[in-house]
Design a protein around this ligand. Structure first.
Ligand code: ARG
Length: 590
């Protein structure tokens, strides 16, 4: 067990002795925000004191009297209004690193109580090309599911593909009347997109055409064999395109239960909502309206129009009898709960859908209050990708940027850079480095900002070898590996060593940072924020650089050399594990 965890358990025991009735699960030990004051800190005593009207410093003193952490820490200090500051003993630090060197851990513990978590991410729509925006849900979702799995949770990933809906009326009409077979064979999704655009424009101009498209949709929904056959073909062709992109991105799903999967249940669900008085008819459609339980400002079933609050229902059935995105999502929550009994369902979807998810979660809670109590439903939202002009990122001609093209360009640009820097490497190797670096750069640039902020897409910034970028971190990894290649060339290294000694300031700083890997992963999991891990790795690479500049490794005497090599090795392992958890690959040489 890691030192901070041991300290935390001792602290919780001490609190329990002083305040036997208290809930000690809130007593946590976290990295000290300012290392001047210590390595770890606990601020829990202040809130415990407050709710009990005790003097916080007095409580801290009483707890300290019962706390023995001398195996790991110097004398514990009470600071400010009642913080406890802990400073690790170098021996405890070295001990934790030695355990890692022996393979006992890599600075994180598996969750004591694993949770079952469904992660709904990526979820593109059939018959449309995946575009640059899909990198967001796909990358953030994949990083989160990797972090959760690493921490020992039972994760179920599900790609909620948009494979059902009104667009298929137009697509079917287009397929039957204007399909260009050779074009379909060349680039299926582009041809499907063309069909949709042409028919859609015709429908806008001509109501009779729209009626025709609707008839195709009704036939599909009624199970018409021919239409079902064409629809399956369209889904299959799109899936091939999705799979190509997922293959390149290294993203896999446990399930890809598209919207169509839930079709059989939609009618019953609407009937049930009506029967329970949760939904009602309005202008021929069926919707769920505000129940007045929230103040208007917080009520997603209301919108403010010209200073007045008016109804903004969650529609579950259209006036033509078709069902809505909401209906499918209600069926999906129900199915997931019945099938996997998750503790949590996480939706990694664009922030623009936040009203949808607020309505969904509230409607589900009204529909199945008991089931809703047992599950945490979370919308993990994110902002937009912008171009230099501050507007949504587009190609020069103003089209949406296709994800496949973007990934090609990333590899191409990385290849140029790699070829300039390492012209001596054979081309195949340069291509492989460019693939890893190019794709890594795009993914990392998307994970690094706070997910809710919009960010400006910049090739130069994401591919820079300096700064908080994928190439910088991948290079840091490759550089450490090169130390080992050199070491093997010189003399016998004692490796692995269990004798780690930490003396220099930079060694201590690096070691302490390694110890925070697990806490960082836990913070990512708790707030669904992969950027915490990005920043941790960036700082790790920085601390490694200071260490390497100030502490000779290969030229040091045998004992120091072995100890420092192990520090290099642990840094490389954490860098690699961290990057892999973000969905980035590494190479041994760059
Ligand atoms: N296909 C949807 C879209 O492109 C995203 C689906 C997200 N997942 C969900 N369960 N609603 O907007």
């Amino acid at each position: 067990m890691l030192p901070h965890k041991q300290i935390e358990l001792r602290l919780q025991a001490a609190v329990r002795t002083v305040l036997p009735e208290s809930d000690v699960s809130v007593v946590l030990v976290r990295p000290c925000p300012d290392t001047k004051f210590g390595d770890y800190q606990s601020n829990a005593l202040m809130s415990l004191a407050k709710t009990r009207k005790l003097n916080p410093r007095q409580l801290a003193t009483n707890v300290l009297a019962k706390l023995d952490v001398s195996e790991w820490c110097e004398k514990v200090e009470i600071a400010g209004a009642g913080f406890l500051n802990f400073r690790l003993l170098p021996a405890a630090l070295a001990g934790a690193l030695q355990a890692a060197a022996r393979g006992e851990h890599l600075f994180f513990d598996k969750a004591a109580q694993p949770r079952t978590i469904v992660v709904d991410f990526s979820s593109p729509n059939v018959a449309k090309p995946m575009h640059v925006g899909h990198i967001r849900s796909t990358g953030i979702g994949d990083a989160l599911q990797r972090v959760l799995r690493l921490l020992g949770h039972l994760v179920i990933t599900d790609n909620h593909i948009g494979d059902w809906g009104t667009q298929f009326g137009k697509l079917l009409l287009g397929w039957k009347q204007i399909l260009d077979r050779p074009a379909l064979e060349r680039d299926a999704v582009a041809e499907l997109e063309r069909l949709y655009k042409v028919i859609n424009a015709e429908c806008d101009a001509n109501p009779a055409r729209l009626e025709e498209a609707k008839r195709e949709l009704v036939k599909l929904q009624a199970g018409d064999e021919e239409n079902l056959h064409i629809w399956r073909e369209m889904v299959k062709l799109s899936q091939i395109q999705f799979d190509t992109i997922y293959g390149r991105l290294g993203v896999k799903f446990d399930h890809a239960l598209g919207e169509s999967f839930y079709n059989p249940w939609l009618g019953e669900i609407v009937a049930d909502l009506l029967k329970r008085g949760i939904a009602r008819e309005s202008e021929g459609a069926v919707g769920v309206f505000s129940d007045g339980s929230l103040p208007p400002r917080e009520d997603p079933f209301l919108v403010n129009r010209d200073g007045e609050w008016v109804a903004d229902p969650a529609l579950v059935r259209k006036s033509d009898g078709g069902f809505n995105y909401m209906t499918t999502d209600l069926a999906t929550v129900d199915y997931r709960l019945k099938t996997w009994s998750p503790h949590e369902i996480v939706y990694v979807v664009d922030d623009r859908q936040s009203p949808h998810f607020r309505k969904l979660f509230l409607t589900f809670a009204r529909w199945q209050p008991d089931a809703a109590k047992g599950v945490k439903l979370v919308h993990v939202g994110f902002g937009k990708i912008l171009g230099d002009d501050g507007k949504p990122f587009k190609t020069r001609s103003g089209d949406t940027v296709k994800l496949g093209d973007l990934l090609d360009e990333a590899e191409e640009r990385a290849f140029k850079i790699v070829s300039e820097k390492s012209s001596d490497l054979p081309e195949a190797q340069r291509r492989e480095i460019a693939r890893v670096v190019g794709l890594g750069a795009v993914k990392y640039a998307d994970l690094l900002p706070n997910r809710q902020s919009d960010y400006v897409f910049s090739w130069d910034k994401m591919l820079a070898l300096n700064g908080n970028t994928a190439p910088y971190l991948q290079y840091a990894y490759a550089r450490i590996r090169s130390i080992f290649r050199k070491a093997e060339g010189t003399s016998n290294i004692q490796h692995p060593t269990s004798n780690i000694q930490l003396a220099a300031t930079e060694e201590l700083a690096l070691a302490k940072h390694l110890l925070n890997f697990g806490l960082t992963l836990e913070a990512v999991a708790e707030e669904y924020r992969p950027n915490f891990l990005c920043n941790f790795l960036y700082e790790l690479a920085g601390r490694f650089t200071s260490f390497y500049e100030n502490c000779p490794v290969l030229k040091a005497d045998a004992t120091t050399r072995a100890s420092r090599l192990e520090l290099c090795n642990l840094t490389a392992r954490v860098l690699r594990q961290g990057l892999e958890t973000l969905g980035l690959e590494t190479v041994e040489q760059m």
